[in-house]
Design a protein around this ligand. Structure first.
Ligand code: SF4
Length: 535
């Protein structure tokens, strides 16, 4: 049986191109390699984005414009990231597969996943189509209502797919009883429970991909998992409901050797809870020391189990950049969402500020129970620390406790809205202009932090008012900064009209932020140099 595993294209205002490594498909390939002829089509990575004239969000046009210039840029054009429908058609035709399995990870991109299934059926009406991933786990009935989808896998797919392939190709087993597999039966839909694997030590089939295509800062990179699942249940998190499990150190070592055999130079650990088990994590770090790999954990580090000796070992093993999630500085907000208190992270900060790490701290804009005042406190707190600010715009993550409390009826949802770029005002205190203004303030702060890090950089914000200082590269950028510092409003240069225009901001919020910040310090993110907020 010929099986094609597909990572579909996506359509959005942005794509995190350094986080598109299709690791889940490589695990599936490993599981079925002995019972099928398997290949992978990554239809998302390594295509230049193509701007789409038409898009489904006209309400965002006033915010995201590509005909403007600002030093605090944000999203601009709605694009397709990955293959066109024609390219997909010819790739599926030449693959001539008996089964096409589509990764439907993010609900927002449901249409592109369904498009792959539709084209597969156009190419060959007898092809078997299977959907897997988080979206398929959460909405199997919705996907099976499409005639182009034959099966859905809920949860981790290795064993369900192996059993399906075995049943179809060797007539072994009964499809109707395969755990994790959902199907259409004459009597109606069969919706299975969520499957999780017991043994997670098998190595993914990285050799099915061209390692040269996946790069972070020019280095060949890969995703890597040392564990699966997370024991916590944060209110906003849509992680699949599978238990926490960790791998054996020997299998991790074997996989690290395998990665280096194929020339991998950088690893991003994508565990939900990389350092939950302190002893195991120390063991993993020992395996990494001396390999010369560049390491990251973009999903974040859990501060609860972190201490300074572990951080030192992380540095020694090749971590240089650390991501932490603060959510919001107000304890009332984080406890409302079932998060641990901040004390662990705050305890690490003095060390981090003096260390060689670049620390990025993520927080959420527009979370239910949050107020703009809370969020200004968060910005001010991070402004004064040697960290980079990482904003995440809140959206309903399907499957999260917040989402489940709100949407009992899954027919009423529009998955296309479930993405950051839509800035959906789920919390009525965060209308789009407020959310957009927060993103602009964060861009402004990170830019000032970058200036603070420059050798002999400005010592106070008012230094930037002098156009001859040379801090701002360009005349229009200089005018935009001056207007912000003097009048507390964000401008942008309209390239069509050849003139300055206002950003769609909440000016009262900008003024409030400046009032609160006056007299405080803005610290760099690479150095402890400071700029006085004197405007
Ligand atoms: S946000 Fe992180 S810690 Fe919270 S439930 Fe999700 S994976 Fe676990």
């Amino acid at each position: 049986m010929r099986i094609l595993l597909v990572q579909p294209p996506i359509e959005d205002y942005y794509d995190t191109s350094i986080r598109t490594y299709p690791l889940g498909l490589l695990y599936l390939a490993r599981a079925i390699r002995d019972v099928a002829d398997v290949s992978i089509l990554d239809a998302r990575t390594t295509r230049k984005p193509v701007r789409l004239e038409k898009h489904p969000f006209p309400e965002l046009d006033e915010f995201y414009r590509e005909d403007v210039y600002t030093p605090f840029s944000f999203f601009s054009r709605y694009s397709r990231f990955g293959m066109s429908a024609n390219e997909l058609h010819s790739e599926l035709e030449s693959a001539n597969a008996d089964m096409v399995c589509v990764a439907a990870l993010c609900s927002a991109y449901e249409q592109q996943a369904l498009e792959v299934a539709r084209i597969a059926k156009e190419v060959d009406p007898n092809v078997i189509t299977v959907m897997g991933g988080v979206h398929a786990t959460l909405f199997p009935a919705r996907l099976l209502s499409h005639p182009d989808v034959d099966y859905c896998v809920r949860g981790e797919g290795e064993t369900p797919l192996f059993n399906l392939v075995s049943a179809l190709s060797k007539n072994e087993g009964d499809i109707k009883t395969i755990g994790g597999l959902c199907s259409r039966l004459p009597s109606g839909l069969r919706i299975s429970g969520v499957h999780s694997e017991t043994n997670i030590d098998a190595l993914p089939e990285r050799r099915l991909l061209n390692a040269d295509r996946y790069r972070i800062n020019k280095k060949r990179y890969t995703f890597f998992l040392t564990s699966r699942g997370c024991p916590f249940r944060c209110g906003f998190c849509g992680k699949p409901p599978v238990p926490y499990r960790k791998r054996t150190l020997s299998s991790i070592e074997e996989e690290l050797d395998d990665c280096q055999d194929i020339g991998i130079e950088a690893i991003d650990f994508e565990d939900d809870m990389l350092n939950l088990d302190k002893r195991t994590f120390a063991g993993i770090l020992q395996l990494l020391v001396g390999r010369g790999l560049t390491l990251s954990a973009m999903n974040g580090i859990y501060p609860g189990n972190m201490d300074i000796s572990t951080l030192r070992l992380m540095y020694e093993s090749g971590f240089r950049r650390l991501n932490f999630s603060l959510v919001d500085i107000a304890e009332t907000v984080i406890s409302a969402h079932n998060r641990n208190p901040h004390s662990d992270f705050l305890g690490l900060l003095p060390f981090l500020e003096e260390s060689g790490f670049l620390t990025e701290v993520h927080f959420i804009i527009g979370l239910p129970d949050q107020s703009p005042e809370n969020l200004v406190d968060t910005l001010l707190f991070l402004m004064e620390r040697r960290v980079l600010l990482g904003p995440s715009i809140f959206y309903h993550a399907p499957g999260s406790p917040i989402y489940e409390a709100r949407f009992q009826d899954t027919n009423s949802i529009d998955p296309g809205q479930m993405r950051s770029s839509v800035m959906l005002p789920v919390n009525p205190l965060f209308g789009r202009p407020i959310t957009y203004t927060f993103v602009k303030l964060v861009r402004f702060l990170n830019e000032i932090k970058r200036l603070a890090d420059r050798n002999g950089g400005p010592s106070r914000l008012s230094d930037l008012l002098n156009p001859r200082s040379g801090w701002i590269d360009d005349e229009r950028g200089q005018k935009i900064i001056e207007q912000l510092l003097r009048k507390k409003e964000f401008l942008r240069w309209d390239k069509k009209q050849n003139q300055m225009g206002q950003e769609p901001q909440d000016q009262a919020l900008v003024r409030f932020f400046f009032q609160r910040a006056k007299g405080m310090k803005i610290k760099g993110y690479r150095t402890n140099a400071e700029i006085l907020f004197d405007m």
